[in-house]
Ligand binder design. Structure first.
Ligand code: DC
Length: 223
């Protein structure tokens, strides 16, 4: 039997780390939906278009072909046949992704890609609107969050570990700006679904968070 686990929450809450670990433990597919918005943002950037302009971005959508592949257990997004890798992980691409994600046509464009994977496989899917829009009937809905400072510290360390020159204060202010954009947009704002379990992992190590969530999940579905 297939099942769906939706994990939503603000940036830096540890969604991808935790969702990846849960998927590995459960032996199911992990889907990082933020990577799809980042890839659209990346394409908009390469075309020199304004990511805030619905008109400019919409005109580019017919030229975008996205594919999700799983290579050595990791998700890879292909844009028109080309693997994106870490190019979509920079702070600039975070901002582009957040801007294009507020455009209704972009959300509509990515909707079916996300639902199609969940139809074919049991999934742990992370994003902002998985429990509210993409998989409203998900078996488990988790809203993962943590304090602003804690989330910014994690993002900062992640970017530094990738060799990027960033400072903590700008990571914190970029993150707050992105949270504001994501939660105040008119379409599919990043909010907890009414039936989501809110889990605050401030100060927790990933392992502690994963085992806490495994307990929650095993009460809701037979895994
Ligand atoms: O999870 P992330 O940081 O990779 O997401 C990048 C941006 O994409 C984020 O600022 C909001 C947007 N996003 C979204 O609107 N809906 C999703 N399901 C996933 C991401």
């Amino acid at each position: 039997m297939k099942f769906q686990i939706a994990i939503d929450g603000p940036s830096g809450a540890g969604k991808s780390t935790v969702a990846k670990a849960l998927a590995a433990r459960l032996g199911i597919v992990y889907v990082d939906t933020g990577a799809l918005y980042r890839t659209v943002g990346y394409y908009v950037r390469t075309q020199g278009a304004d990511p805030h302009s619905a008109r400019e971005v919409e005109a580019l959508l017919p030229h975008i072909r996205l594919e999700l592949r799983y290579e050595n257990g990791a998700q890879q997004v292909y844009l028109n046949g080309e693997p994106m890798g870490d190019r979509i992980r920079t702070p600039e691409m975070s901002m582009y992704a957040s801007a294009v994600s507020a455009i209704p046509a972009v959300r509509a464009f990515l909707l079916e890609t996300q639902r199609a994977i969940a139809r074919e496989h049991s999934v742990v899917m992370d994003g902002r609107d998985i429990g509210t829009v993409i998989l409203p009937d998900a078996d488990v809905k988790i809203y993962l969050t943590a304090s602003d400072e804690c989330r910014a510290r994690r993002r900062y360390e992640e970017l530094r570990a990738k060799g990027m020159e960033v400072d903590y204060e700008s990571v914190l202010s970029d993150m707050r700006e992105r949270d504001r954009n994501d939660s105040s947009r008119a379409v599919a704002p990043a909010v907890a679904a009414k039936d989501a379990i809110v889990f605050d992992n401030s100060g927790m190590q990933p392992e502690e968070c994963v085992s806490g969530l495994m307990t929650v999940i095993s009460k809701l579905i037979r895994v």
